[in-house]
Design a protein around this ligand. Structure first.
Ligand code: ADP
Length: 590
C-alpha cells in the first residue's frame, strides 16, 4: 500500500509534488506580482460565489415569506453588484493567468533549445528528431497546463469551496455534516484512476514520437522511399504508430470520463439526502426555509469546483508525464564542456599530433591507438578504405567527441585543456556535403566570421571562385540559398563552403574532398579555390583523388583505426604496400 506521501511524490524527485514545486520555483517565481493579483481576483470570485449563495436566505425569507418591498430593491441591487464583481474578477484572473502561461511556454522552449544547442554530437547520435520536436511542442505546453491547473484549482476552486462551506456550516450545521461525509469517498474513487492514466500518457508520448520519426524519415529520404518503392513500409510504420496513439488517447479519455459518473451519482445522493432532511425540517418543524435554500444553493455551486478538485490529480498526472520528459532534456547536461580553468588555444604554427588515440562510438570502435603528426603549414593527406576512421579523426580534432584514451595536441596543447570555442575558431572545415542554412548567400558565407565586413565577404567569395556565379543569381549576394542549398549545384555549394573557410582564415584547415565527380569546369574552379585556401595552413585532407595525394607533403594511410603507413607518394608507391593498392583501386582520377 502506498502512503499518501509517496502517492503525491513528496520525496521522490520524479514525483508529483517535487515536480510541481520545481515547476513553480523555476518558472512561476518571476511572476509573483502578477500571481498575487490573479489570486486576489480568484479570492473575489470565491467570495462573490459564496455571497450569491448566502443571499438566497434573504431572497426566500424577506422577499417571499415576509413580502418586504424595500428588501426587494436592496436584494436585487446586491445581486447585480455581486455578479458584476464576479464577472470582472473572473476576467482579470483569466487574462493574467493566460499571459503568465504563454510566458512560461516561451521560457521553457528557450531553455530547451539552449540545452539542445549545447549538446555534443553523441547526443544527436542517440536522439531522434521526432523526440526533440515533441518535447519542444507538447511538453512545454504540459508545463503550462500543470501550472494553470494548480493555480486555478488550488486557488479559485479551493477558495470557492471554502467560502461555500462556510455558508453551509453557518446556515445549516447538521446538513453540512452529511455533505462532508459524502465527499471523501468520491475523492478516493477518483484517485484510484490516477496511476492508470499516468501509464497510458507515457506510452502515448512514445507513440507520438514515432509518428514524427516516420514522417521525418519519409521527408528526408523521399527519393529513396520512392525509388525503392518502400512506401508500403513507411505506411505500415505510420499506421502502427497512429493506431497506438489513438488507442492510448481512448484509454486516457475513458479513464478521465469515468470520474464523471462517479461524481454524478454521489452528488445525486447528497442532494436527495438534503431534500429529505431539509424538507422534514421545514415542513414538520415549521422553520423558515431561507437557510435551507441558501444551503442547497451552496451545495449545487460547490459541485463543479469539487469535481475539478477531485479530478485534479488525474489531470495533473497526465500533464506531468510531459513535464518529466521536458526536465529529462533540460537536466541532460552535456558531457563535453570546457575543462576547469581552460585557457584559449594559442596557435603558433598549427602542428597537430594524435598520440595513441582510442575512440569508440557507443559500442563500435573507430580509432584503435591512432598516432600521427601533421606538420605545421603543410598538407597531410589521409587515405584509407571507407570506415578506416578518417572522418572520426576530424570529429575528434574539432572536439565533437572526446577520445577514451590518448591525447590530441595542437602546438603542444592538449585540446581537452583549452576552451572549445577557441579550438573551433582556429579550425575551418570544408566537407563534401555543404550544408547551407535557410538565408541569403551572403549570410551563408558570413557564418565563417560573423563580424566580417562586406568587402571581406566579397573578397572571400572572389578567392573561392564564387563571386561570379553569385552575381548571376537573382538578387546576387541576397539570393536565398534555399533550405539545404537546393538552388545551387554541387560545385557551387562547395565554393560557398570554401568562401566560408576563406573568411574564417583559420590556421588549420580540415578538408573532405568531394567523392562525387563534378563537371570539368566546376572541378577546376573548386580545385584552384582550394589551392588558394590551403596556402600557408596546416591542412588535413581526406583525399579521394590521386592528384591531391601526389601533391600532399605527407600521406597517412589509415586502416581500421590505426596509421599503418606514412610518407610521400613516391616513397609509399615504391614500398608497394597498402597505399599502392589503394591508388590502383580508389582514386577517381587514377
Ligand atoms: P571513414 O571516414 O574512414 O570512412 P569513419 O571515421 O566514418 O571512417 O568511421 C570509422 C568507424 O566508426 C566505422 O566503423 C563507422 O561505422 C563508425 N562510425 C562512424 N560514425 C559513427 C557514428 N556516428 N556512430 C557510430 N559509429 C560510427
Amino acid at each position: 500500500m502506498t502512503t499518501p506521501a509517496k502517492r503525491f511524490g513528496l520525496y521522490d524527485p520524479e514525483g508529483t509534488f517535487m515536480l510541481i514545486r520545481r515547476l513553480f520555483s523555476e518558472n512561476a517565481g518571476k511572476y509573483v506580482g502578477r500571481y498575487i493579483v490573479a489570486f486576489i481576483c480568484m479570492g473575489l470570485v470565491a467570495a462573490t460565489t459564496a455571497a450569491s449563495a448566502w443571499i438566497m436566505k434573504d431572497v426566500i425569507n424577506e422577499v417571499f415569506l415576509n413580502r418586504d418591498k424595500t428588501m426587494i430593491y436592496l436584494i436585487a441591487g446586491a445581486v447585480m453588484v455581486i455578479f458584476t464583481l464576479k464577472g470582472a474578477a473572473a476576467y482579470g484572473q483569466t487574462i493574467i493567468l493566460s499571459r503568465i502561461g504563454n510566458a512560461i511556454v516561451a521560457d521553457c522552449q528557450r531553455r530547451l533549445f539552449a540545452r539542445v544547442l549545447e549538446q555534443d554530437l553523441s547526443y544527436f547520435d542517440r536522439t531522434a528528431l521526432g523526440d526533440l520536436t515533441t518535447r519542444m511542442q507538447h511538453n512545454t505546453n504540459a508545463a503550462r497546463a500543470v501550472i494553470d491547473m494548480v493555480a486555478v484549482t488550488l486557488g479559485r476552486d479551493l477558495l470557492t469551496l471554502v467560502g461555500l462551506a462556510i455558508v453551509m456550516i453557518v446556515q445549516a450545521p447538521m446538513l453540512s455534516l452529511f455533505a462532508f461525509v459524502i465527499m471523501p469517498p468520491a475523492v478516493m474513487g477518483v484517485s484510484v484512476l490516477v496511476r492508470r492514466v499516468r501509464k497510458h500518457a507515457k506510452s502515448q508520448f512514445v507513440s507520438t514520437t514515432r509518428i514524427l520519426s516516420v514522417l521525418q524519415e519519409t521527408a528526408l529520404g523521399v527519393r529513396i522511399v520512392k525509388a525503392f518503392g518502400v512506401e508500403p513500409r513507411m505506411d505500415d510504420a505510420m499506421n502502427a504508430a497512429v493506431r497506438d496513439v489513438e488507442r492510448q488517447s481512448n484509454k486516457i479519455a475513458s479513464l478521465t470520463a469515468r470520474t464523471s459518473p462517479l461524481m454524478e451519482t454521489l452528488g445525486g445522493f447528497a442532494i436527495a439526502l438534503v431534500i429529505l432532511y431539509g424538507g422534514y425540517y421545514v415542513v414538520e418543524q415549521g422553520q423558515e426555509p431561507g437557510a435551507l435554500f441558501s444551503f442547497i444553493t451552496s451545495l449545487l455551486l460547490a459541485y463543479d469546483p469539487a469535481k475539478r478538485l477531485a479530478r485534479l490529480q488525474v489531470n495533473l498526472n497526465n500533464s506531468l508525464v510531459g513535464v518529466r520528459l521536458m526536465y529529462e532534456l533540460i537536466d541532460d547536461v552535456p558531457a563535453l564542456t570546457d575543462a576547469e580553468g581552460a585557457r584559449d588555444l594559442v596557435v603558433t604554427g598549427g602542428r597537430i599530433e594524435f598520440d595513441n588515440v582510442v575512440f569508440s562510438y557507443a559500442d563500435s570502435p573507430a580509432l584503435r591507438g591512432l598516432t600521427l603528426t601533421a606538420e605545421e603549414g603543410k598538407t597531410s593527406a589521409l587515405v584509407g578504405a571507407s570506415g578506416a576512421g578518417k572522418s572520426t579523426l576530424f570529429s575528434l580534432l574539432e572536439r565533437f567527441y572526446d577520445p577514451q584514451s590518448g591525447a590530441i595536441l595542437i602546438d603542444g596543447q592538449n585540446i581537452q585543456t583549452v576552451t572549445v570555442a577557441s579550438l573551433r575558431r582556429n579550425i575551418a572545415v570544408v566537407t563534401q556535403d555543404t550544408f547551407l542554412f535557410d538565408g541569403s548567400l551572403r549570410e551563408n558565407i558570413q557564418i565563417g566570421r560573423p563580424e566580417a565586413s562586406e568587402e571581406e565577404i566579397i573578397q572571400a567569395a572572389k578567392d573561392a571562385n564564387a563571386h561570379d556565379f553569385i552575381l548571376e543569381q537573382p538578387g546576387g549576394y541576397d539570393a536565398p540559398a534555399g533550405e539545404g542549398g537546393g538552388n545551387l549545384s554541387g560545385g557551387q555549394r562547395q565554393r560557398i563552403a570554401i568562401a566560408r573557410a576563406m573568411l574564417r582564415n583559420a590556421p588549420i584547415l580540415l578538408l573532405d574532398e568531394a567523392t562525387s565527380a563534378l563537371d570539368a569546369e566546376s572541378e577546376s574552379k573548386v580545385q584552384s579555390a582550394l589551392e588558394r585556401l590551403m596556402e600557408g595552413r596546416t591542412t588535413l585532407v581526406i583525399a579521394h583523388r590521386l592528384s591531391t595525394v601526389r601533391d600532399a607533403d605527407q600521406i597517412h594511410v589509415l586502416d581500421r583505426g590505426k596509421q599503418i603507413e606514412s610518407g610521400t607518394h613516391a616513397s609509399l608507391y615504391a614500398a608497394d604496400g597498402t597505399y599502392r593498392r589503394l591508388c590502383e583501386l580508389q582514386f577517381q582520377d587514377g
